[in-house]
Design a protein around this ligand. Sequence first.
Ligand SMILES: NC(=O)C1=CN([C@@H]2O[C@H](COP(=O)(O)OP(=O)(O)OC[C@H]3O[C@@H](n4cnc5c(N)ncnc54)[C@H](O)[C@@H]3O)[C@@H](O)[C@H]2O)[C@@H](O)CC1
Ligand SMILES: Nc1ncnc2c1ncn2[C@@H]1O[C@H](COP(=O)(O)OP(=O)(O)O)[C@@H](O)[C@H]1O
Ligand SMILES: [K+]
Length: 513
Amino acid sequence: MTGHGLRPATAVLTVAAVRRAEAAAMAELPEGALMQRAATALAVVAGSMLREICGRVTGSRVVLLVGAGDNGGDALYAGARLAARGARVDALLVADRHHVGGADALRRNGGRVQVVALGDLVAAELVARADLVVDGILGIGGRGALREPAAWLAAVARETDVAVLAVDLPSGVDADTGAVADADAVVHADRTVAFGCLKAGLLLGDGALRTGELAVVDIGLSFDDVATSELVVRIDDDSAAPLLAGPGARDDKYTRGVVGVSAGSEAYPGAAVLATAGARHGLAGYVRYAGHAHEQVVAHWPDVVARPGRVADAGRTQCWVVGSGRGLDEDARGAVLDAAALDVPLLLDADALTLMADDADVRAAVVARSGVTVLTPHAGEFARLAGVPVGEDRVAAVRSLAADLGAVVLLKGSATVVAAPDGHAYVAASAPPELATAGSGDVLAGLLGSLLAHHEAHAPLDPARAALLAAVAAHVHGAAGAVAADDGRTVTALDVAAALPAAVARVRRSSPE
Ligand SMILES: NC(=O)C1=CN([C@@H]2O[C@H](COP(=O)(O)OP(=O)(O)OC[C@H]3O[C@@H](n4cnc5c(N)ncnc54)[C@H](O)[C@@H]3O)[C@@H](O)[C@H]2O)[C@@H](O)CC1
Ligand SMILES: Nc1ncnc2c1ncn2[C@@H]1O[C@H](COP(=O)(O)OP(=O)(O)O)[C@@H](O)[C@H]1O
Ligand SMILES: [K+]
């Protein structure tokens, strides 16, 4: 039981958990009350979209695409509210049944309801000429691709570029994974109103590309009884801020935490500069560097204590970061084994992950560690480590590798997924695509190592807390990408690092309620 204190915008539930939370809420409420809450919120967002598009709701043309289930019911009741405010609302029924109460409510308020067959040109014309299309075809009950005539009407909406508001989830997206079974049979939403909580499909995979601007409305679901295995916690500014507090008046550089970095090599000195750049802004009071690029590191960052020697001789730290650009030779292998033997948190990135995948002794040394281990693969490194590609269910894949290796796993990507061996899982999903630039992962590794060292210096980390910190680091890294890309600027990894202080400040300014 882990859901205490979560907000709708941070709770990512499986469909099964949503169903149970809804059932528990419904048991306490009058019949239909949850759907009315959902429909009211939906009508508010639709109303504001219509004001943006046509200046007002009265006289605007709204088309509802209505499937067989409660998702269609939400659309119909919201349509009834818009019709009551003077919108011209047409409901197009695309399934062989529909929510009868919703359709009656729409008709009572002056809306029209009609059944649509494939090739119905009148229906296509209504979609093409609408000011707003509301997608109530499928919600969390959807399975697989849209069927006809829904797929065809979704295509008409896409091709005519009409504004689309998705109810709970863009139809045709798998709610739990974000998988899209057929790229030609899915709704592309400009906005999505999610009810009660998030679903992974809104943030991950192809689903994230179909969701548009995302609003989560509170319909009164409780997360108290949601099991760890059914929950992913989304990190936002409010949840990250408490973990980014600045030093206290009694702190010195050691009490703030010492992070060690062994990255880069003669061939790749840049990775050392970038990883230490990240480490300088992750709250640790002291950054050590041990490796071949010590001269380049000091030339860039005079505050980093950089030496050419071994990890084992570099002095005490509260976390080591090993791997980025470190190489695959015997010397790099020694750095990983040295660090693995220490009893402090260890972050392995890039080449260290490849060594772990290729060398059974390295893998065994890492798996046998008693201290917290954090692995930060991208999809390619993940596949090498796991022996299979990530696949469509990123959350399940990351949880499974974390459990197998007894390590926290952070899988990088447009959304970053983190899991601890016990199943605690997190997602950071607001990074801009500008982060997809060489070396930005090195900055993340340094940043996260620094955050781990800082927190380890205050209280020994357990894997679940390390996983939370990993997601916080990914969130701050994403925020730095956004700061760096502000005003349409181009972004390099060094720009991401340079934006970290402003990103930390931005996240700290958020004030959780
Ligand atoms: N249960 C509740 O308390 C609440 C549910 N709400 C809404 O209810 C939705 C879930 O409703 P339902 O459980 O009725 O499910 P949906 O409305 O998502 O759709 C399920 C129906 O579609 C059919 N179907 C599934 N995949 C299909 C496909 N690929 N092509 C064509 N038909 C397909 C199913 O056989 C089923 O009849 C949520 O997403 C949300 O919008 C909201 O009203 C809030 C309250
Ligand atoms: N499309 C994207 N949108 C947002 N962030 C992305 C995207 N693609 C990659 N990222 C992020 O950029 C970073 C790239 O890291 P990585 O793949 O390790 O690159 P490198 O090894 O060059 O440093 C990761 O933090 C990843 O999450
Ligand atoms: K929908």
